[in-house]
Structures are given as C-alpha cells and as structure tokens.
Design a binder for this molecule. Structure first.
Ligand SMILES: [Zn+2]
Length: 503
C-alpha cells in the first residue's frame, strides 16, 4: 500500500511537471519562499517565476525554470530602493547590492544639471544595479558662483573646498543662471532636484522657493537636507515647515531627507498630515544614531555646534580614519587642512532608532557615504578606508532590528521599497510604477533573505564590512548575488542588468 501510494504520487508529480514544463518556461524560479509584497500585503508561501525580466507568475503550482533558487525558509521581497546613496562608482553599487539594494539613487546631492546625459550614459549597460540621480542645487551654485563643474559626489572634492557655493548670495543674473542649469538637468530627465540646503546658508527662502517652483513646473520632487540640520527641535521643525509649505503652495512633490534628528516626531506628524490631505510628500530615515558628512559643513562651526546647540566635539565628532573623537583644536585644524574629510557625527539618542522603523509613510534610505576614491570593483570591501557603517549596513540593520524587536516585517519592507515606489509613481516616474512590488507583470527586482540570519556586520569602527544573510538578489530578472556573493564574473561579460531610473 505504501509503495503504491509513493508510485502514484511520483506518477502524478512527474505528469504535473512535464505538463507545466511544456507550457511554462521561466528563466528563474524562486521556489517555496515566503512571498511578502508590501504593495498588497500578500504574505504567503508560493513559487515565483521570472520571464524576460518580469515577474511572470506567483503560484502554489510547481513552476519549472532554467534556474531554480530554493527559498525554503526565506523571505522573498521587492529589491530595496535607496533614494539617498552618495556612492556613484561601480564598487559602491556592489556594496549596495550586498545589502539587498537593487536601485541606488543619489537624490540629495545629485549630479550637475549640465551633465545629466553624460552621468546616465556612463552607467548604461555597465551597472550591477539600477541607478538614478537628481539635478544638484549645490553643483548649480558651484558652477555659477565658483566656476567649478563637478559631475557628482565623486568630484565633490573639487567643489566643496571652493569659497562661494555655500555662503554667497547670488545676484539676480546668477540666480537665473543657476536655475537655467537646474532646468537643463530636468530637461535631461533627472529625478527632480536635490538640495543640500542645510550646507548653504547663502540660499535665501526666495531662492529655495524658486528652486521648488522649478521642480513643480516639471511635476517632480525636490529632495532636501533641511536648513540647519542637524539642529535643535525648533530648527528641524521649522526647516521641514519651509519645504512642506512650499510644496503645498506649489502642489509639488517633496521629500524630507533623513529627518531622524531632534524634533522627528513632529516632523513625522507634519508629513503624515500633509499625506492625509492628499499631498505627495514623504521623508526618509536611516537606522543609525550618528550621521556622516564633510568636516567643512557650516553647522559644525563652534558658534553653532558648541555655542548655540550646546554640543562638544569630544563626544560628537568621530574621525573614522583614526577612530578617535576630535577636540575643538583638531576640528579647526582639519577643517583648514582637509576640508572634505568625512567625519561621523553622533546626534541622536541610540534608543530612538527602533522607533523610526515601520513609521507610516516614511522610507528607509541609507545616506551611504563610502570613501569616494575610485578603486576596482572587485576590491575587498573590508580593506577599504573606514566609513559610516550605513553604506554597507542600512537595510540589513533594519531587518535585524525588526527581528530583534518583534516589529512588523511587512511594515519595514514597505519602508525599504514600496513607499518610495508609490511616491514616485504618483509623480509620474514610470520606472517606479513597475518596481517596489511583487506582483505579476512587475520588473523582477527581487531580494531573497533569511529572516532569522540576515544582519549588518559593519560598525562605527569597521564600517565597510558587508551585510550577510542574503540568499539571492535579482536585478531585472538576472541573478546578481547568490549566497552573499556578488556574481562579479558577469562584469565585463556582456551588458549588466542595472537600468536607468529617469524621466
Ligand atoms: Zn544630508
């Protein structure tokens, strides 16, 4: 009887398989995983079939593919979408891929409006993951006020030490010239405007309004590092109110960058209130109590950092290259000798980090700022100069913290993909209407991870250690990472699957 049953099962399943193999032919099948789709709330065990770069089937039926990934015990989710990743070199995209990111965009600093076509052309067919950029308000100012044409963060060492981009107040003619550069970038398809407003005290409220008006004219978002951030709970909140009031008046999309600072609870209420009133605005957080930026940032000046905000350098500014905190004397000396040196800035109580995970209407973005020196794509990540751990850890840390704190994994997965896709879809960016979700017909940007094991490994002392616990990452249906290993053998072997995210 037992033998008969086994034979019967064997015959049935063999018949089933051959029948399906004849009619369905998937390039990749992700079998038996826990499908978690934040766009519909679907959370079930099923098989997912990929064909021609798209999700072609999600089914409890057996699916047969050229390649099958066994996802038993694993979560299958939309690839993570990072709107705030300052690394734009091939090795940086490899870092992002290691933590499940399938789309990395620098929407805060952005790229020169004069060079958007060039920026995208450089990555076309040669990127591990999807890429995108905004047009840079800062670089438009650097171009007009300092005469420097840096392309993006990789050339910020040229623009940031210049005297005028930050503090100068443009003449009427210069004002028009910088808007013309931004317009050129938007005409070239840039994803809205990125403004590092908090670094530029020379930007008046009038100038910001003019820049937001331009983004409104194109129906695209502005992504803003708020005036005075990091500041106190008055600065942070009024900084958000400025951007949000402009957005409301103009009917334009807007995103508040990394509002994981003082006053965040009220900023979140402002954003939610506007969302509930139909405005396409949102915010980002990164799950760390410290940030990182260049040492010459205006907000670190003693009269602001010490006198006004009451901070001390000795327990807030860490130099990652020495792993030592700075004194005021070190700070003043380094600001002159090495103005674009990156420092880590401790600014929030660590216990608040968990409260940012799962926040409704808010996305997770890394603000990853790895060392920007160009190095070969296959360089050992652990050997790179130390940097803030968020560039290699953000998404894995969010997943680990969700596990350790019994948070809703679905709420966190919404923050890592769908929330972002939803806001860009509403702003008419068609590439995002097809991403950030696991539904039939969507682009197959997919991450498969072990929910019990996924973790960040990077720390403030060793910030470049890659994350682990990722079984697979697919970009446009092509397997690019397997068992925590980026498939670098695909580099230089035909076009890579990363796509331009662009208007
Ligand atoms: Zn920022």
């Amino acid at each position: 009887m037992h033998t008969t049953l086994v034979r019967l099962l064997f015959i049935t399943s063999a018949f089933h398989c051959s029948a399906l193999a004849a009619q369905s032919d998937f390039d990749v099948v992700i079998a038996n995983g826990r499908i978690m789709d934040p766009s519909t709330g679907t959370d079930r065990i099923a098989n997912l079939g990929v064909r021609d770069g798209r999700i072609a089937a999600i089914s409890t039926e057996v699916l047969v593919g050229t390649k099958t990934i066994d996802a038993t015990g694993k979560v299958v989710a939309p690839g993570f979408i990072d709107t705030h990743f300052h690394g734009t070199l091939p090795i940086h995209y490899r870092m992002a891929l290691r933590m499940g990111v399938t789309t990395a965009m620098d929407l805060e600093f952005g790229a020169s409006g004069k060079r958007i076509d060039e920026w995208y052309a450089q990555r076309e067919g040669s990127s591990l993951i999807n890429f995108g950029t905004s047009v840079s308000h800062e670089l438009a100012r650097a171009s007009v006020l300092d005469g420097v044409d840096a392309i993006d963060t990789s050339e910020a060492y040229k623009s940031r030490p210049q005297p005028n981009w930050s503090r100068a107040v443009p003449t009427a003619q210069q004002h028009e010239a910088l808007l013309a550069i931004a317009r050129q970038g938007l005409n070239s398809g840039a994803i809205g405007i990125g403004s590092t407003l908090g670094y530029m005290p020379g930007v008046s409220a009038d100038e910001l309004f003019a820049v937001q008006s331009l983004s409104a004219e194109f129906g695209r978002q502005i992504s803003v590092h708020l005036r005075h951030t990091p500041g106190n709970d008055t600065d942070e909140i009024t900084g958000a109110q400025e951007v949000l009031a402009n957005a409301a008046a103009l009917g334009a999309p807007a995103m508040i960058n990394h509002f994981n600072n003082r006053g965040w609870r009220t900023v979140h209420q402002l954003i939610r209130g506007m969302q509930n009133n139909g405005h396409n605005v949102w915010g980002e957080i990164y799950p760390y109590h410290a940030g990182a930026t260049t040492i010459n940032a205006v907000f670190f000046e003693p009269r602001n950092w010490v006198d006004r905000l009451g901070n001390r350098y000795e327990n807030t500014l860490l130099d990652p290259s020495t792993n030592e905190f700075l004194t005021q004397a070190n700070y003043l000396q380094l600001r002159e000798s090495d103005p674009t040196r990156v420092v880590i800035v401790f600014k929030s109580p660590e216990e608040e980090v968990v409260e940012w995970l799962g926040l409704e209407g808010i996305s997770i973005a890394s603000d990853g700022l790895p060392d920007l020196q160009p190095v070969p794509i296959d360089t050992d990540l652990a050997s790179l100069p130390n940097a803030h751990p968020r560039a290699t850890g953000t998404y894995a840390k969010a997943l680990r913290m969700a596990r350790e704190n019994n948070l809703s994994l679905m709420a966190v997965l919404k923050q890592t993909s769908y929330t972002t896709a939803q806001h860009f879809e509403a702003a008419g960016l068609s590439a995002m209407a097809q991403r950030g979700r696991l539904t039939e017909g969507a682009v197959a940007d997919i991450v498969v991870f072990d929910p019990e094991r996924v973790t960040d490994n990077s720390t403030f002392r060793k910030g470049t250690l890659p994350a682990s616990g990722f079984a697979a990452v697919l970009v446009s249906g092509e397997l690019m990472l397997e068992n925590d290993r980026v498939l670098l053998e695909k580099v230089g072997n035909g076009p890579l699957p990363g796509k331009a995210i662009r208007y």
